[in-house]
Design a protein around this ligand. Structure first.
Ligand code: EPU
Length: 421
C-alpha cells in the first residue's frame, strides 16, 4: 500500500453486526520489528503483517537506508538487509510515522552512528523522546542535535542499569534494541510490559539476542557480538480487535474477533463486561455479544496491563450511547481528547476538564460531518456513527488507513452500512 489520498467515510446505522472478523498482526509490533531488521545482515520474513500505510512508510524508510522490502503475498513481508546501509532517517519519513524513532537504538548499536530527524508533536499533543535519549546516553552514546536532526554515536555501546521515569513503550523498545549488541549486561527497570514488547523480544531472541524478563517491569539483556536474520509471525492487534468489539457493543449483535488474544485484552474485556457486553475467549478468538443497551462505567487509562490509551476513544464513543454517566481519565497522553468535540457535534453529551471527561450517555447520536484527527479517533467516530440517526460523514479518513487494513470491507462483512467516498 502506498500513500492514500485524503478520503471520507460515510456511516449509517444498520442492523446488529454478525459474523467473524479476522484480526491482523499488531501495527505497534510490526513497526518495531521492521526497525529491528537493521540489526543483522540477511533475509527476514515477517508473517501476519497488516497492509496499512504505517507499514508501507516504515518500509520506505528501510529502503531509503538501502534495504529491500517486498510483500510477496498477503500478510507476508520479506526484508533484505545488505551488509552496508545508510543509518539515516530523513524528516519526510519520520514525520509520517513517529514510530520510526525506534530505528535510533538499533542503528546506533549496529552501525556506530545514527542520524534521525526529530519527530514533531502529534494530533494528541507533544511526543517527547527525552527518555529514549537518556537511556542511550547511559549505554555510552554521544548525542547531538542540530538543524532538527539527532546524531547519536558510539564505537561500542556498553551495558548499564537503566531506570525509566515512566514505562514508555518507545523508550523501552529503543533501549532493548540498542542493548542487544552492547558489551555486557543491561537492565531496564520500570520497563513497559505491552504484548508488542514481548513480541519484539521474541523476535530479537530468534535473531540470537539474550533477553530475560520481557513482559515484566525488569528486562535483562546480555549483549552479544552479532545477530542473524530470522522469521517471525506477529501477535494479533489488540487495538484493532478492540475496535470491532466497540463496533459490536455500539451497533449491537454477535461477532467473533478471529485470532484475537483474550489474554492480551484482560482489563478491556472486564471493563466491557461491566458495561453489559459478553466478551469471552473461544477457540476462534474472542466472542462478543452486545446487550440491548450499554451501561456506563468509569474508565481510566494506564500503561499495560492497565487500560490502553488507544482503547479510550472507542470506549468514549461507546459510553456516549450507554445508560448513565461515566468519568473517563486519561493518564498517558494529556491532550488526547480532541475527538470529543467531534462526538459532541454528533450530539454526544461530553464535557472535558483537564485530563478528565464526563460522558452522559444518550439513547442515540445524530449523524453529522466530523473529522478524524488520528487513527483511533477516526475509528471511534465511525463506531459512533453506527448508532447515530442519519448519515455520519468522517473526513480525513486517511488517518484510519494508517492503522487499519480493509477497515470498510471488514465492517461491511459484519453487516455495517459503511462506505468510502
Ligand atoms: N514520554 C516522555 N518521554 C519520552 C517518551 C515518552 O515524556 O521519552 C511520555 C509520552 O509523552 C506519553 C507517555 O510517556 O505521555 C507514554 O508514551 P510512550 O513512549 O509509551 O508511547 P509511544 O511509544 O510513543 C506507543 C504507541 C501508541 C500508544 C502508546 C501508549 C507505537 C507506534 N505507538 O507510543 O500508539 O498510544 O505507546 O501505549 O507503538 C497508536 O497506535 O495509534 C498509538 C498512538
Amino acid at each position: 500500500m502506498s500513500d492514500t489520498p485524503p478520503s471520507t467515510i460515510v456511516v449509517r446505522p444498520g442492523p446488529p453486526l454478525q459474523g467473524v472478523v479476522p484480526i491482523a498482526g499488531a501495527k505497534n509490533a510490526v513497526l518495531k520489528l521492521l526497525a529491528a531488521t537493521t540489526l543483522a545482515e540477511g533475509r527476514f520474513v515477517l508473517r501476519n503483517v497488516p497492509d496499512i500505510a504505517d507499514v508501507a512508510w516504515m518500509g520506505e524508510l528501510l529502503e531509503a537506508m538501502g534495504m529491500r522490502v517486498d510483500r510477496p503475498r498477503a500478510g507476508e513481508l520479506v526484508v533484505d538487509r545488505p551488509a552496508v546501509i545508510v543509518p539515516e532517517a530523513p524528516y519526510e519519513l519520520v514525520e509520517k510515522t513517529r514510530a520510526s524513532i525506534v530505528v535510533l537504538g538499533p542503528l546506533l548499536a549496529r552501525c556506530g552512528v545514527a542520524r534521525v530527524s526529530l519527530p514533531g508533536g502529534d494530533d494528541f499533543g507533544p511526543r517527547p523522546i527525552d527518555m529514549h535519549l537518556r537511556a542511550l546516553e547511559a549505554l555510552g552514546a554521544t548525542i547531538d542535535v542540530a538543524h532538527g536532526m539527532l546524531e547519536a554515536r558510539a564505537t561500542r555501546l556498553r551495558g548499564a542499569r537503566i531506570v525509566l521515569e515512566f514505562p514508555s513503550v518507545g523508550a523501552t523498545e529503543n533501549t532493548l534494541m540498542a542493548a542487544v549488541l552492547a558489551r555486557g549486561t543491561t537492565t531496564i527497570e520500570n520497563a513497559a510490559r505491552e504484548p508488542e514488547i514481548v513480541d519484539l523480544a521474541e523476535f530479537l531472541v530468534r535473531m540470537g539476542a539474550r533477553i530475560r524478563g520481557a513482559g515484566t517491569s525488569t528486562v535483562e539483556i546480555e549483549g552479544v557480538d552479532e545477530l542473524v536474520a530470522a522469521d517471525h509471525t506477529l501477535v494479533p492487534d489488540r487495538i484493532e480487535a478492540a475496535t470491532y468489539l466497540a463496533a459490536t457493543a455500539v451497533a449491537g449483535g454477535e461477532v467473533v474477533l478471529g485470532g484475537a488474544r483474550a489474554d492480551h485484552m484482560d482489563l478491556l474485556l472486564r471493563k466491557v463486561e461491566q458495561m453489559g457486553v459478553s466478551a469471552v475467549a473461544c477457540s476462534e478468538g474472542v466472542r462478543v455479544v452486545a446487550p440491548e443497551r450499554l451501561r456506563a462505567v468509569d474508565v481510566s487509562t494506564l500503561p499495560y496491563p492497565g487500560l490502553a490509551t488507544d482503547y479510550k476513544p472507542l470506549l468514549v464513543a461507546s459510553l456516549a450511547v450507554a445508560d448513565g454517566v461515566a468519568i473517563v481519565t486519561e493518564n498517558i497522553f494529556a491532550g488526547r481528547f480532541r475527538y470529543v468535540d467531534e462526538l459532541v457535534r454528533m450530539g454526544a453529551d461530553i464535557r472535558t476538564e483537564g485530563h478528565h471527561a464526563v460522558v452522559r450517555g444518550r439513547e442515540r447520536l445524530s449523524g453529522a460531518r466530523v473529522r478524524a484527527h488520528d487513527i483511533r479517533a477516526g475509528a471511534a467516530l465511525v463506531v459512533a456513527g453506527l448508532r447515530a440517526e442519519g448519515e455520519t460523514v468522517v473526513a480525513d479518513a486517511h488517518h484510519i488507513d494508517r492503522g487499519y487494513e480493509r477497515f470498510i470491507d471488514k465492517l461491511t462483512a459484519l453487516g455495517a452500512s459503511v462506505e468510502r467516498r
